[in-house]
Design a protein around this ligand. Structure first.
Ligand code: NAP
Length: 370
């Protein structure tokens, strides 16, 4: 991607040249608003090192430039997801090895989920025009403007708010892939969703219901009403001994959160059922949650049950399919909390602390108008 504008050295220069425009992360987690007076500049969250939310800074930087197959989006809203938190912390270290920056993030502006209006298009863009309202994935969405490949965007349904569209893509397509392409869900099946109250889980519950399954969600007790409100038929608190007491078997288990013992999950699965690993925190510093998923998937050759993992391909096909569920109203993004751009550190902290239900949205446009 062609993003010359947010090179660390340039932003650091901006700090020394324009005093007061580049705000260090304050103790209360909320930045004062920097001033923009140059039309080629924009407010953004930036980070020049890996770490906790303290590494985030509220800055005025150059707007991104776009490549031939990219569009420039005026960001209305951005969604926060676990992947963005991993990219902020640089953990597990595997993500550094995979090319996101070894000693510091290559992408200085965080944020992936986006919704906004197209303000410029590259020479080879043929799906969008200036003025189109879009949503999808744009690296660096925690900013007033973000560049995105046209293949990571779709038009926003008229009936969907920018906030709702902004939180949909990363978690929604992951849930969709887990249930359909990987889990081969069928109407009438019993589906268990472990981690039902989070970003991916809140979409998985709704999608599984829309696809005709009987859905049981697993979450903390305080979020059980939330999971039921998403449409789940039953809900378990993961702090109780549901693994021993569950009195039915599931055709499909989607394991999104926690580190439940694989042998315990297998006992809840039918003889020919499928266990799809989506995620789960913890593990060692190098591979994190992925280590457990890889190990279990390799063991699958010894069982009749299918144990499998995947990494979302972020394909246009999946974003387009998700859009259909959103447009029809079968799925409504569950927005837990709304934050200003300056409050991204607080939003990150709440995500890491498990205080979020569904997805948090960063209301960029309404919080940056000067
Ligand atoms: N494979 C992929 O392509 C892909 C894509 C996106 C995300 N992911 C991964 O998927 C995972 C979830 O992402 P997310 O955005 O949904 O995160 P999230 O919003 O933080 O949600 C985490 C969920 O896990 C639940 N949970 C926490 N501890 C648990 C336990 N001990 N047992 C059972 N459930 C527990 C939480 O429940 P409470 O909040 O009620 O405590 C919550 O529902 C992350 O590891 C992320 O990296 C993978």
């Amino acid at each position: 991607m062609n993003r010359t504008a947010v090179e660390p050295n340039q932003s650091t220069l901006a700090l020394t040249r324009t005093a007061g425009q580049h705000q260090k992360n304050p103790s209360n987690g909320v930045f004062p608003r920097p001033e923009t007076c140059d039309h080629d500049r924009m407010q953004a969250i930036v980070q020049h090192q890996y770490g906790s939310a303290e590494v985030l800074e509220h800055a005025v930087i150059d707007r991104p430039t776009i490549g031939d197959k990219e569009v420039l989006i005026e960001v209305h809203s951005a969604g926060l997801d676990r992947g963005t938190w991993h990219l902020m912390t640089g953990t597990p270290y595997l993500i550094r090895i995979l090319g996101f920056g070894f000693s510091r993030p290559k992408q200085a502006t965080p944020g992936l989920d986006v919704a906004g209006r197209v303000t410029a298009v590259g020479k080879a863009v043929n799906r969008f025009a200036v003025g189109d309202e879009v949503f999808g994935i744009a690296k660096g969405s925690f900013a007033e403007y973000a560049a995105a490949s046209e293949d990571k965007l779709v038009t926003k349904p008229a009936g969907l708010s920018f906030d709702a569209a902004a939180v949909a893509t990363v978690s929604g397509i992951t849930a969709l892939e887990a249930l359909t392409d990987i889990g081969h869900i069928q109407a009438g099946e019993r589906v268990l969703i472990v981690g039902a109250s989070g970003g991916v889980g809140s979409f998985a519950v709704q999608l599984a219901k829309a696809l005709g399954a009987e859905v049981t969600g697993v979450a903390s007790a305080s979020k059980s009403d939330f999971v039921l409100s998403l449409g789940a038929d039953y809900v378990f608190d993961y702090r109780t001994n549901y693994l021993e007491n569950a009195n039915c078997e599931y055709d499909l288990i989607v394991d999104i959160g926690g580190r439940t013992k694989v042998s315990s999950l297998r006992k809840l699965l039918t003889d020919t059922g499928t266990l799809v690993f989506v995620g789960g925190e913890g593990g060692n510093k190098i591979t994190g949650g992925i280590g457990r998923q890889i190990g279990a998937s390799l063991m699958s050759i010894f069982f009749k049950q299918r144990l499998t993992m995947f990494v979302s391909g972020e394909s246009l096909e999946h974003i387009t399919r998700l859009r259909e569920f959103l447009e029809s109203g079968a799925v409504s993004p569950a927005i837990g909390k709304r934050f200003k751009l300056s409050e991204v550190p607080t939003a990150m902290h709440e995500l890491a602390s498990g205080l979020t239900s569904g997805k948090s949205v960063i209301a960029v446009k309404s919080s940056t108008i000067t």
